[in-house]
Design a protein around this ligand. Structure first.
Ligand code: HPA
Length: 276
């Protein structure tokens, strides 16, 4: 058994000893969305600190717990607060929760984040369905392979499931919520980008830039979880806007559009569950 799998099993045993719940869909909530979990039909919660060997997030605006419950009757596990690479954790720790949620039973990973708009057409407060990604942070699969869960050299030709993307688009249309589409690029952070870096990532084909998500999506694909992701464009990236960037601005926008974002997530989760 690989060391990675052994550690993961330790976390899983810790979860099993405390929680009796099988989620179908796993959700990771980005900045401003943390309280989505408070509004679902909650059946149990589990603080990260109570899971043996589990990394604990330190980012402001992020709580640290799993919430188990139902969204319109669909069993979900929600990560209220994610683990970021910029906090200093190795990538193995950053994606451990994704692997753990797969072991819990989740078949789908639903990712959300706040991101900077790189595409000139984007406006602050827009939602962007992620249709592909560029991961400029180290791959979470470097090192010993988790042979028990996925192949050494996994395919990444459809990281964000076309079928799930179509369901999210349909859900947005039904709610009359405008939805952009584009490529998400993950840089390590925690600094925001310079104007030249934003120009670089635009040249590379990115529409939005952030500090999470892509590594989680790689880990999910590796272990056969269907993945879908939506970015909230919380600010225009440096050089797109001529104002200095702050976490307060990111948080303020994310908070402002959170009610609409929550509606889109609820509708998407409900529709996805019907089709998986
Ligand atoms: N850059 C990187 N990460 C971010 C941004 C940004 O502009 N906004 C929110 N997360």
């Amino acid at each position: 058994m690989s060391k990675r799998y052994e550690r993961l099993m330790k976390c899983y045993e810790s979860f099993k000893a405390k929680i009796d719940f099988t989620p179908e869909i796993a959700l990771i909530l980005g900045s401003g969305l943390g309280d989505y979990a408070d509004g679902i039909d909650i059946r149990a919660t589990l603080d990260y600190k109570d899971i043996e060997d589990f990394p604990v997030s330190t980012a402001p605006g992020h709580k640290g717990r799993f919430v188990f419950g139902y969204v319109n009757g669909v069993p979900v596990v929600v990560m209220q607060g994610r683990v970021h690479y910029y906090e200093g954790y190795p990538m193995e720790d950053v994606v451990l929760p994704v692997r753990l949620m797969k072991l819990m039973g989740a078949k789908v990973l639903f990712l959300t984040n706040a991101a900077g708009g790189v595409n000139w057409q984007f406006e602050c407060g827009d939602f962007m369905l992620i249709n592909d990604q560029i991961c400029m942070a180290p791959s979470p699969l470097i090192g010993e392979n988790l042979d028990e869960m996925g192949p050494r050299f996994p395919d990444m030709s459809e990281i964000y499931s076309k079928k799930l993307r179509d369901i999210v688009k349909k859900s947005a249309r039904e709610l009359d919520i405008p939805l952009r589409e584009g490529v998400y690029i993950q840089l390590t952070g925690p600094n925001y980008e310079s104007p030249s870096e934003v120009r670089m990532v635009r040249t590379l084909g990115a529409d939005a830039v952030g500090m999470s998500t892509a590594c989680e999506a790689i880990a999910a694909n590796h272990i056969g979880m269907k993945t879908v992701g939506i970015s909230c464009i919380s600010n225009l990236a440096c050089g797109v806007s001529n104002r200095p960037l702050s976490h307060a601005e990111v948080q303020e926008t994310a908070d402002r559009v959170a009610p609409l974002f929550k509606q889109l997530i609820t509708a998407s989760v409900t529709n996805i569950a019907k089709e998986i």
